[in-house]
Design a protein around this ligand. Structure first.
Ligand code: AMP
Ligand code: MG
Length: 474
């Protein structure tokens, strides 16, 4: 028993044109970095982490029984420009399992070699982004945000070549509710392939929105999940960095952690990605961009309706109402962050005035909110008079709450994966030292718990530690 995955594959049964069957390309010297035992148990996967053959399977050198490896086809708007042909250029879906709660989950290798969709790419990933995705996706899960998960990471023993030179290669085993993206729908619409577009709708509806009966009802479902997702990101100061339509899931999970980051100092225009000079995917713009992405999905669903004029009217209304829905979720998320169990009229102003002060003073996003319930928030500000005035208004509002500290401790994490810690962790791993990785994983497994032994991980970066950009050289 090296690795037993109880596969139950359904995507592989979709018609020709949805994917290309292809095996991962073997690598020179697989070595296991990490195996997520708890997640494996949820998925009904049995593995022997002490058996060297496990790394071989997780690197794609050996195919587990029941797998049916394939690369999925999709398209997508990247930074607003449409690419009709993207697809898994460096990933193989091995298949699906039904987890302990009855949910169908994809098991995918990422960085596992070239496919017909690789275009100019090498089909590989280097260690840095693999570890970043591992840590950040698992942290997101512990923080309560819908996300793809990380089941395993292996080193390949091969070099990959990026702008900065030769780097160690790695493969991530990713678990997702599915890998269906807005771009998957766009792939078939761009080809005017209505039969496959309908087959994709039927499949997605059955898998993710079984209660929806029409394209419009499914669209409303996706809007609800994505609106909540964006509000949850905002509540953590999270910037995805590459919100292209191929990185927007139908399941409502966060996917494709590339040049992403959690803000240290609060500023709504913060951008991290080195390729996002326009600020298209800045922190505050995410709530606008998701609406744009959902409008692309709506466009794909119109041809599937019996009365397309009526559908355009209905879908337009759904899309136009999305900003208000995001705002509603955001109000709830931020109300809890200042200790309010439910948002009332006037609470948005209280939150926004605090954020304005934080922006003015360059206050640390995570620590300022955490300190409201669990510290000395005044210390986070330079304009103390302004903070005191806000504090008085806040205290007056809190009189109506029963246990605001408990609400805040559950809404404001003590520790998040700060960008400079991730960079330091990656630098250590490149030297063969995985202690910082293990320590980050331990700390981030319970992010809402105050634990003094991890106090150093809560410290904002020193000027020389500050990471200005994360690069797309993934
Ligand atoms: P991403 O920016 O990671 O979401 O990827 C966008 C597209 O580029 C997807 O189709 C990826 O499969 C593809 N891609 C990214 N990196 C590589 C690579 N190293 N080799 C082949 N394809 C890649
Ligand atoms: Mg992507």
């Amino acid at each position: 028993m090296t690795l037993q995955i109880p596969f139950d594959n359904s995507y592989a049964a979709l018609p020709e044109g949805f994917f290309t069957r292809i095996n991962p390309k073997p690598v020179a010297a697989p070595r296991l970095i990490h195996f997520n035992e708890a997640l494996a148990r949820d998925l009904g996967i049995e593995a022997d982490a002490s058996d060297p053959a496990l790394a071989e399977m997780l690197a794609g050198n050996r195919i587990p029984d029941g797998a049916d490896p394939l690369a999925q086809a999709y398209a997508g708007h990247q930074f607003g420009g449409f690419s009709p042909q993207l697809g898994d250029g460096r990933a193989n879906l091995l298949g699906e399992v039904i987890d302990a709660s009855g949910r169908r989950r994809d098991i995918q290798l990422k960085g596992s070699g070239p496919t017909p969709y690789s275009r100019m790419g090498d089909g590989r990933a280097w260690l840095g982004p693999v570890l970043r995705e591992y840590v950040v996706s698992e942290a997101m899960h512990a923080l309560g945000v819908p996300t793809t998960r990380a089941l395993a990471a292996v080193e390949t023993g091969e070099k990959v070549f990026r702008e900065t030179g030769a780097l160690p290669g790695a493969v991530l085993t990713r678990v997702a509710d599915s890998h269906i993206r807005v771009g998957t729908f766009q792939f078939f619409l761009a080809r005017r392939d209505l039969d496959r577009l309908r087959a994709l709708f039927d499949y997605t509806r059955a898998r993710h929105y079984p209660q929806a009966e029409t394209p419009g009802e499914m669209l409303a479902g996706v809007i609800g999940r994505q609106a909540r997702l964006i509000a949850l990101w905002e509540g953590l100061g999270f910037i995805h960095g590459v919100m292209n339509t191929d990185n927007t899931t139908l399941s409502g999970e966060t996917i494709d952690y590339g040049p992403c980051a959690y803000m240290d100092r609060y500023h709504p225009q913060t951008v991290f990605s080195s390729i996002d000079a326009q600020g298209r995917y800045s922190y505050a713009n995410q709530a606008h961009v998701i609406v744009w992405n959902i409008a692309q999905l709506a466009t794909c669903l119109v041809p599937l309706t019996p009365d397309q004029d009526l559908a355009v009217e209905e879908f337009t209304k759904l899309v136009h109402d999305m900003p208000a829905l995001i705002a509603k979720y955001r109000s709830e998320v931020f109300a809890r962050k200042i200790g309010l169990s439910a948002a009332q009229d006037g609470d948005d102003a209280l939150v926004d005035d605090l954020l304005a002060l934080m922006q003015q003073d360059g206050a640390d996003f995570t620590n300022t909110f955490r300190s409201l319930g669990d510290g000395a928030p005044r210390d986070q500000f330079t304009d103390r008079d302004a903070f005191d005035a806000w504090h008085a208004r806040w205290q007056a509002r809190l009189k109506h709450e029963t246990d605001p500290e408990a609400v805040m401790r559950a809404a404001n994490p003590y520790v998040i994966p700060r960008n400079h810690r991730i960079e330091q962790m990656i630098a250590a791993a490149r030297d063969g030292d995985y202690a910082p990785f293990d320590r980050l994983m331990t700390a981030l497994a319970s992010p809402y718990e105050t634990r003094d032994e991890f106090a150093d991980l809560t410290r904002p970066p020193l000027p020389e530690e500050r990471v200005q950009q994360t690069f797309c050289g993934t």
